[in-house]
Design a protein around this ligand. Structure first.
Ligand SMILES: [Zn+2]
Length: 157
């Protein structure tokens, strides 16, 4: 669970789902050169097949290459099987937009229909999060992915 993931841009949606589950998931920027991306610390998730020799040596042992157009759910299920399922209290503990851990805000904005005890804040984006219909939908999806991860036998890297 301490693992940091480097998610290539084409798997960005999977990266956001990993963040939702509390994983540290860095998503490659649109203009970030590949060599700079792979120099970062972390386990790489990509669907890129072509890597030049030098880069390939740099990423050896810490990369999983998915088939192009792999559904993001399958990417996440693979991570859960190989890196473990995070405890529920980790869910929604990171900003979906920027990956920063969210905090309990000093001041709760006057939001109607929101349970103030669920409000979290991203100090980097200055964005508020709270439990609502969206998080309920996402929790259902997360539960479904965990179920799938537990059903299948463990895969190899
Ligand atoms: Zn943020």
């Amino acid at each position: 669970m301490g693992e940091r993931f480097l998610v290539d841009a084409m798997l960005g949606r999977a990266g956001k789902l990993l963040r939702m589950m509390g994983f540290d998931a860095y998503i490659r920027g649109n203009n970030e050169p590949l060599h700079r991306f792979v120099e970062r610390k972390g386990f790489i998730l990509t669907s890129r097949r072509r890597w030049d020799e030098g880069l390939w040596r740099k990423v050896e042992g810490r990369i999983k290459v998915f088939e192009q157009n792999t559904p993001m759910e399958e990417v996440v299920v693979w991570v859960l099987r190989n890196f473990g399922i995070p405890p529920e209290e980790r869910f929604f503990s990171r900003c979906i937009v920027c990956n920063t851990p969210v905090v309990i805000p000093d001041e709760i904005p006057p939001l109607r229909w929101v349970d103030p005890s669920t409000v979290r804040y991203c100090p980097a984006c200055k964005k508020y999060y709270w439990e609502g219909s969206h998080t309920r939908r996402m929790r259902k999806l997360i539960e479904e992915l965990i179920r799938r991860a537990q059903e299948g036998s463990s895969l190899t890297h």
